[in-house]
Design a protein around this ligand. Structure first.
Ligand code: B12
Length: 138
């Protein structure tokens, strides 16, 4: 499956992205990695250009809830990108995993999976990708 992997607009951390790139490639996915500090408009134009099966957003700097919300709203506003599956994860807020209201807001905006930063979250990402792959194959 083709996965577009991206950091969020304010986040300059890179090893999260390198880790995920290798993690996803080792599982047989074709990864287009945009790198850190990706603006919503760059993300949107990259999606139009690469037509990924899934978009994976990663953020660890504590602004992930806010950055991803803007990015996902922008993606969903594009007619051709309204249905592409989007998963976001990492250290999304500054209060650990307590941001349930923020996660709900992200889901409401069209984010299909809101994940954290643990091993279980990587497993959940794999399950999410397997479900997306099954839909692509159907
Ligand atoms: C190295 C580092 C930096 C370096 C980054 C260098 C670089 N080129 O990447 C520098 C010094 C630049 C930096 C800057 C800052 N940092 Co910093 N940084 C770190 C540090 C020490 C390690 C990060 C790292 O490389 N980890 C290795 C990777 C492989 O692990 P990871 O990032 O956690 O990713 C894993 C998981 O999060 C998860 N994951 C990530 N994304 C996704 C996505 C999905 C879908 C899923 C399922 C899982 C997942 O999978 C990965 C593998 O397990 C962490 C502390 C720590 N020990 O984690 C702080 C940390 C991330 N930084 C932090 C902060 C606050 C900052 C600054 C805001 C500091 C400041 N005041 O300037 C700035 C932000 C700059 C910016 N604009 O983004 C905080 C974030 C707090 C939060 N989220 O609650 C942390 C956690 C430190 C802390 N304990 O406070 N940082």
């Amino acid at each position: 499956m083709k996965i577009l992997l991206s950091g969020t607009a304010s986040d300059s951390h890179t090893w999260n992205l390198v880790y995920l790139w290798l993690f996803l490639e080792e599982r047989g996915h074709d990864v287009v990695a945009l790198g850190p500090c990706v603006s919503p408009s760059l993300l949107t134009s990259a999606c139009r250009r690469h037509t990924p099966d899934v978009v994976v957003l990663s953020s660890v700097n504590g602004h992930g809830y806010r950055d991803a919300l803007v990015a996902v709203r922008r993606l969903r506003a594009e007619p051709g990108l309204a249905a592409v599956p989007v998963a976001v994860g990492g250290k999304l807020g500054i209060l650990g995993r307590s941001g349930e209201a923020d996660a709900a807001r992200l889901r409401e905006a069209g984010c299909d999976a809101v994940l954290g930063d643990g091993t279980g979250d990587l497993e959940a990402l794999c399950a999410f990708l397997a479900a997306a792959r099954a839909r692509v194959a159907a």
